[in-house]
Design a protein. Structure first.
Length: 432
C-alpha cells in the first residue's frame, strides 16, 4: 500500500493536498506518509510472525528523527552503520538494545560509544575488525556481542553498485572461512561474545530466488555454529525490492511494473512464504534489516518546473530539484516515476529530459521520459523517493538541503526545516 493518490485531480499524501503544501513550504520538498511507513513495517512484521524475530530497520535508507520514531513506536529495532546513526536512533526514542551495528570500517570512538550504550550486536565484516573490537572492549572492561557477516557468494541479480553478497564485493567473510573464524573468536578473543551470524546479499532484489538460494546455502552453517557456539540469532539482512511505478488513481492500490520491471515483482507474502519454512527449523531468533521496503514508497520529492528548453535533439524540463537532492537516477540508473501534482485535463504527453539546476551533465531525474505535458511553474512529484533520497542528499553547488514533511492523516508536520544560507557556511572559518 502507499498513500499517494489523486483526489479531485490533485495529488495528495494521505489527506494532504500537495499543491497547498508546496505553496506553504516551498520546493523542492520531501514529503513522507506515516501511514505507508507503518503499513509496510507491519506487513513484514506480520508476514514472519511464526518466527521469533526482530525487524531492524536499516537507518541509512531514511534517518529523519520522525521516521525513526515511527519505527520505534512500532516496536522495531535498527540496523545502524555509524555512531551518527546510533545517536539519531537514541534521539528518536529507539533502544540501543535493539540495534545491530554493521559496516566494514567501525572506528574506536564508534565501538566505545556503541558498547557504552549497550547495543544488541556488532555485525563484523573482517577478522581485523573482530580483533579491534576485542581490543577496544577489553580496554574499557566490556564484553562485545558479535555476529560475523558471511559473504555467501550468491548473485542478487540487482544493480552492480548495490550487490554485496559476491566474493568480489568488500563485504563479509568468505563462506568457507566462517568455521575457523568462529573457532578463532572463541579461543583468542576473550572480550567478544559470539551472539549470531549475519548476511546481506544486496539491495532492490525483485525476485525471491536469490534470497532462497542464500538462506539454503547458509542455514546449515548457522545450525553448525549454533551447535558449537550457542548462537542466539541469524540475521538475513535487507534487500527486499519495491515497485517504482504505481497506480495513483483514487481508490486503486494496484501496483504494476515500470519499463524494464516485472509486472509482479517480489511480494512480501511470497518472500515470507518461501523463507520462513527454511528458517523455522533453526530454532533461532531471526533478524531482518529492511530499509527500502519500509520507506521507499512512503516518500516523494515535490519539485517545480522552472524553465523549458527545446534543444535540437531534446526537450528539457528544468526543475528546481537536482542530483544533490536525489542522486539515485544518475548514480544507479534509478527509475523514479514522475507525475504532475495537478492532473492534466487531457491525455497529451511529451518525451522530455527532466533535469536539475546543477552544473553537471549527469544532473537528471529522468531521461527520454514520456510524461503528461507540463508548463513552467507546474509542480511535479518524483515518486518512491523515501529511501536513499534525502539521506544521500548533499550541499553540492552550495544548495541548501531541502525541507522534509511527515504527513499523518490530515496533518503535515515539518520534520526537518529547509537549510538557510547561514547553515551553508556554519562552522567554516577564514584564517587570519
Ligand atoms: N543491511 C545491510 C548490511 C545493508 O548494507 C543494507 C543496505 C541494508 C541492510 C538495507 O538494504 P535495503 O533493504 O534498503 O535494500 N543507495 C542505494 C542502496 C544502498 C544499500 C546499501 N545497503 C540505492 O539507492 O539504491
Amino acid at each position: 500500500m502507499h498513500s499517494f493518490r489523486y483526489l479531485q485531480g490533485r495529488l495528495h499524501a494521505e489527506n494532504v493536498d500537495l499543491q497547498t503544501l508546496a505553496e506553504r513550504h516551498g520546493t523542492p520538498l520531501y514529503v513522507y506518509s506515516k501511514a505507508t511507513i507503518s503499513d509496510h513495517f507491519t506487513r513484514l512484521d506480520q508476514a514472519v510472525n511464526r518466527l521469533d524475530h526482530l525487524v531492524c530497520y536499516a537507518v541509512k535508507a531514511n534517518s529523519n528523527l520522525a521516521v525513526l520514531n515511527t519505527v520505534a513506536q512500532l516496536g522495531g529495532g535498527f540496523d545502524i552503520v555509524s555512531g551518527g546513526e546510533l545517536f539519531r536512533v537514541l534521539r528518536a526514542g529507539g533502544q540501543a538494545s535493539k540495534c545491530t551495528f554493521a559496516g566494514v570500517g567501525k572506528s574506536r570512538e564508534e565501538i566505545e560509544y556503541a558498547l557504552n550504550e549497550g547495543i544488541y550486536c556488532f555485525n563484523a565484516e573482517s577478522q581485523a575488525e573482530l580483533r579491534y573490537i576485542n581490543e577496544v572492549a577489553g580496554s574499557i572492561g566490556k564484553k562485545a556481542p558479535v555476529a560475523v557477516r558471511v559473504n555467501p557468494n550468491v548473485d542478487a541479480k540487482t544493480h552492480a553498485k548495490i550487490t554485496t553478497g559476491k566474493s568480489e564485493n568488500k563485504f563479509g567473510i568468505d563462506f568457507e572461512r566462517i568455521p575457523e573464524v568462529y573457532e578463532w573468536i572463541s579461543k583468542e578473543c576473550p572480550h567478544l561474545e559470539i551472539k549470531g551470524l549475519q548476511m546481506h546479499i544486496g539491495s532492490q532484489l525483485t525476485s525471491v530466488e536469490p534470497f532462497i538460494e542464500a538462506v539454503k546455502k547458509v542455514a546449515p552453517l548457522v545450525a553448525e555454529m549454533k551447535e558449537k557456539y550457542n548462537l542466539r540469532f541469524f540475521s538475513i539482512g535487507g534487500g527486499i525490492g519495491i515497485v517504482y511505478r504505481q497506480s495513483l488513481d483514487s481508490g486503486t492500490q494496484e501496483w504494476w511494473g515500470g519499463e524494464g520491471q516485472e509486472a509482479h515483482p517480489l511480494t512480501i507474502q511470497s518472500y515470507a512464504d518461501s523463507i520462513v519454512p527454511l528458517l523455522e527449523p533453526l530454532g533461532l531468533r531471526i533478524l531482518m534489516e529492511p530499509g527500502r521496503f519500509v520507506v521507499g514508497n512512503a516518500g516523494i520529492l515535490v519539485t517545480r518546473v522552472m524553465y523549458e528548453k527545446r534543444g535540437g535533439a531534446k526537450t528539457f524540463k528544468i526543475v528546481d530539484a537536482g542530483m544533490n537532492d536525489l542522486i539515485r537516477p544518475t548514480l544507479y540508473e534509478g527509475w523514479h516515476q514522475i507525475v504532475p501534482v495537478q492532473k492534466a485535463s487531457d491525455s497529451a504527453t511529451e518525451t522530455v529530459d527532466v533535469v536539475g539546476p546543477i552544473c553537471e551533465t549527469g544532473d537528471f531525474l529522468a531521461q527520454d521520459r514520456e510524461i503528461p505535458v507540463v508548463k513552467e511553474g507546474d509542480l511535479l512529484a518524483v515518486m518512491s523517493a523515501g529511501a536513499y533520497g534525502f539521506t544521500m542528499a548533499s550541499n553540492y553547488n552550495s544548495r541548501p538541503l531541502v525541507a522534509e514533511i511527515l504527513v499523518d492523516g490530515a496533518d503535515a508536520h515539518v520534520v526537518r526545516e529547509r537549510q538557510t544560507l547561514e547553515d551553508l557556511v556554519r562552522g567554516e572559518h577564514i584564517p587570519g
